[in-house]
Design a protein. Structure first.
Lengths: 367, 367
């Protein structure tokens, strides 16, 4: 697997070595079920999707421009787009309350996107793009094709770029949730403004490998990313290893992916059963590594201060959860519970959490 | 050499894994002859020195701030500091003409630094730092300790940060040029504002490996670089390989470095002899991969337009040289000639160049 040839020790094509981009195009064609083979020239490889968010924000936006993102969302993106380029995120708030029987809690709709865009414009913000996470982190939500197309049509109408982050696309572990990649659609509404991201950090559990990729038909964008690529290069030998991994379909299809999904299913099932026993409401989804759960009943007051206090209480007892504030959630009390760990650790964490729920409450009530 | 343990496949410390930073500290302590052992906590590893320039500019400067750099200089730095952070370089022009017998052509002096700083201030520029390349690219210059200390004292007096890029430190191939790293000095004039860079791209001929590092005692800077490190991460397995390489002193000292220096010496000697035969003036230095040569006698007029025309003429005949403009040189006609290639390629390039010198001239004179 280790290959050190002179060519891969030299300065690379900053978009990624052609042998890797070819392999990525084949891989995405297959696993995203694209109607036509995807093209290697539309692939840009960088050292992680954080780098891609940074480079995409820098190329698509001017400083102080803004990007729409439904909240809650994977909070790191805030720094990804801001640290280098001073690009801000404008949140599209999704609420936990269900006001009609035909909507899900935290459901994204075009109406909400429209409202937020209007509000942003009123505030004088120049909205350049929309970020969509599918499958969603932290909600575990998987959008239907119809939903996704409606979001893409909304973006087209307002000439917004769309960054579709599909980094959990191979971590959908129950057949009830059918994931459809944007790349599987027969003709994108606005292909020049639709850019799809994937990486190996989550689906291959290799965040330390620092490999992410974007697929875009926009030549100007690819060229601009090429310019910034010198800051986000992946070592040649790593690119060689990645190409080998993506090419190894036998092992991926017959060993890794089934085993990985089976483990995800089992761990998810264990955790949801435990949450039910504790009478904790949660979103029942089948994608990603986490469960979005409502712990607000343990808050003495429904405030973010109390949410933080509960988070600190968990941490004090060595249970690390992520609180809703970290995802810019608008309703206090929601937590992201990671279930992808060894069973004995999950059991220990749960027993500690359960045991201390009452004491946490007492602390918060200053009793 | 390939090591894939779970820990190195997980999100790393963004400054670099501790095992690598420890190895870097030991390596720099030894090869830079530091009076005291250097500390791993002062090391930040990123994917190449281009990334480090970008991150250092972003952390030390505000947008539109400027950094002093003597010209000619490795031109890529212009984009490194500007692309993400809009930081500009303010050139300290070094001239080829020798006005006094005790100065070298293109010699950097504190007087020139002072003059450029004054001029920058007059232009309303906010100068935050000074970049020094030692050994120098493209001049091949190696500064004496006395010179380097005088530059550092200048910077201290004006409260400027200094980025000392020592990326060619192990590529000094004749004993006539004695390189002394800034890290070998007994007490830096302003340690909180002095930051030393090195990487494996040049000295180990591994630009495709994307590994660079900075050594700085400034805790705030290290912390800020840590924040930006998520965009410049090096894969865990690559970090493991690098640590192994840096640790392998027997091979480095008895095999690689002597052989590498011997090859550099031979290739340099061949090229300088050929330049003498062609009566082409050049700087006789013993560091780096290049010779800075004066081809102005082949220009029909001493202008940059003619320099570019000569460069194009070489290129047309498949000889790639870098012209002075690429290094912001103020005197037209200077070229950087890379001599680190196989002998038969150097011979072929030279014979083509020689054969076409006259025809190039004819082209330029439109004859």
């Amino acid at each position: 697997m280790l290959q050190i040839e002179p060519a891969i020790l030299q300065y690379p094509d900053w978009k990624g070595h052609s042998f890797l981009r070819e392999e990525v195009a084949k891989f995405l064609s297959d696993y995203c079920h694209s109607p036509k083979p995807l093209k290697p020239k539309n692939v840009v490889v960088m050292n992680g999707c954080g780098s891609l968010f940074s480079a995409l924000a820098a190329t698509l936006c001017d400083p102080e421009d803004a990007i729409l993102i439904p909240s809650p969302f994977y909070g790191v993106i805030t720094e990804d787009v801001d640290l280098y380029s001073s690009v801000k995120l404008h949140h599209v708030p999704l609420y936990s309350q269900v006001v009609r029987s035909d909507v899900r809690p935290f459901q994204l709709t075009v109406e909400k996107l429209e409202n937020s865009l209007k509000e942003a414009k009123k505030e004088g913000l120049n909205i350049k793009a929309l970020i969509l996470l599918n499958p969603h982190n932290p909600l575990g939500e998987v959008y239907s094709s119809e939903e996704m197309i409606s979001f893409l049509e909304f973006a087209k109408m307002h000439k917004l770029h769309v960054l579709v982050d599909e980094i959990y696309m191979l971590s959908v572990f129950n057949k009830t949730d059918t994931f459809r990649s944007v790349l599987s659609l027969d003709g994108l509404p606005d292909p020049q403004r639709t850019h799809i991201m994937w990486g190996v950090s989550k689906d291959f559990a290799m965040s330390g490998m620092r490999v992410g990729m974007v697929y875009s038909e926009n030549r100007d964008l690819v060229q601009a990313l090429d310019q910034l690529g010198c800051f986000h290069g992946v070592p040649g030998p790593t690119q060689y290893q990645m190409a080998q991994l993506l090419r190894d379909r036998d092992w991926l299809n017959s060993e890794f992916l089934p085993e990985n999904r089976q483990r995800l299913r089992e761990a998810h099932s264990f955790m949801t059963e435990e949450l039910k026993k504790l009478d904790i409401p949660f979103l029942h989804r089948s994608a990603g590594f986490f469960i979005w759960a409502d712990l607000s009943k343990y808050l003495s007051e429904k405030t973010f201060a109390e949410e933080l206090s509960l988070w600190r209480c968990f941490l004090k007892h060595k249970v690390l959860l992520s609180c809703g504030q970290a995802f810019s959630c608008v309703s206090p009390g929601w937590f992201r519970i990671i279930f992808t760990d060894q069973l004995h650790k999950l059991k220990l964490g749960l027993s500690i959490a359960h045991f201390h729920f009452s004491s946490c409450l007492l602390v918060q009530l200053n009793i």
